[in-house]
Write a protein that binds this ligand. Structure first.
Ligand SMILES: N[C@@H](CCC(=O)N[C@@H](CS)C(=O)NCC(=O)O)C(=O)O
Length: 255
């Protein structure tokens, strides 16, 4: 009895999701867009991993890969067609292209735009899939730490054309950077660092400050409560963390 989840609700956009890092990328970005664009709304449906809903035929219609997040874009005009979007990065790019027309969470400048894609795909191909593996996670965190410490800048986007800059507030954008969909895509993974066996971010002071900066945003907090109230507790015991990390590996690498 789940196919009804595909039916259109009040909004033109519906997210099919679960309370996991890849799902939060989409729900946080959607909450940021709701805050930034009065009039923009979306619907969501929770997908139950317990009953393996994401592998049911109706869900595979939207994402043939059987994973969340996935999204349905309903036609605005009569006679128009539904459109399915899957893969968290692809959903982010669709939203940026179609909703973020004033570039409040994205970039207009061609070099910043390209830089945003570099860091988005660094995230998508590296950090997400690798966060089950402690040593590789630590290496990727130090790439982010160096970036936020301003140790390696692109001359085309640094303020003075230099390759060494100042500390950055956000991963992409000129100067100290601008909060964007790229930070949104990285945040849910760094937030659960303890699950990946990296209990403390003390070795990564700039990454740690960035994490607090992003976590303080009201839309980020709201996005973490979709599809249901978030229960993540960073003060879990080591045993609980190991259990969570094992579960996380299953979501990422399949069952
Ligand atoms: N590359 C995909 C990964 C999606 C993914 O791994 N989703 C997990 C949750 S974080 C999932 O749906 N796992 C359930 C399953 O594999 O059956 C994306 O970025 O959207």
């Amino acid at each position: 009895m789940s196919a009804p989840k595909l039916a259109k609700g009040p909004a033109d956009f519906k997210l099919l999701t679960a309370g996991t890092p890849n799902g939060y990328k989409a729900s946080i970005l959607l909450e940021e867009l709701v805050a930034a664009y009065p009039g923009f709304t979306y619907d969501f449906e929770g997908i139950s991993f317990k009953s393996n809903e994401q592998k049911e035929e109706w869900f595979l219609q939207v994402n043939p890969n059987g994973r969340i997040p996935a999204a349905i874009v309903y036609p605005k005009e009569q006679g128009g067609k539904e459109h399915y979007v899957f893969e968290s990065a692809s959903i982010s790019l669709w939203l940026i292209d179609h909703i973020d027309t004033a570039h409040k969470l994205s970039f207009e400048d061609e070099y910043e735009k390209s830089e945003a894609l570099s860091w988005l795909f660094f995230m998508h191909g590296g950090l997400g899939p690798m966060q089950g593996y402690r040593e590789e996670t630590k290496r990727l965190y130090s790439v982010l730490e160096d970036r936020l410490a301003g140790r390696r800048e692109d001359p085309a986007t640094s303020e003075d054309g230099k390759t060494h800059g100042r500390e950055r507030e956000y991963v992409v954008g000129k100067g100290k950077g601008k909060y964007s969909f790229v930070d949104v895509n990285i945040y849910p993974w760094v937030r659960t660092h303890a699950w990946a066996g990296v209990e403390s971010l003390a070795e990564y002071p700039n990454l740690s400050k960035w994490l607090d900066r992003v976590a303080a945003r009201p839309a980020v907090k709201r996005g973490l409560d979709i599809p249901e109230k978030n229960t993540y507790n960073p003060a879990m015991t080591e045993e609980e963390q190991t259990k969570k990390a094992e579960a996380a590996k299953q979501w990422i690498h399949g069952k």
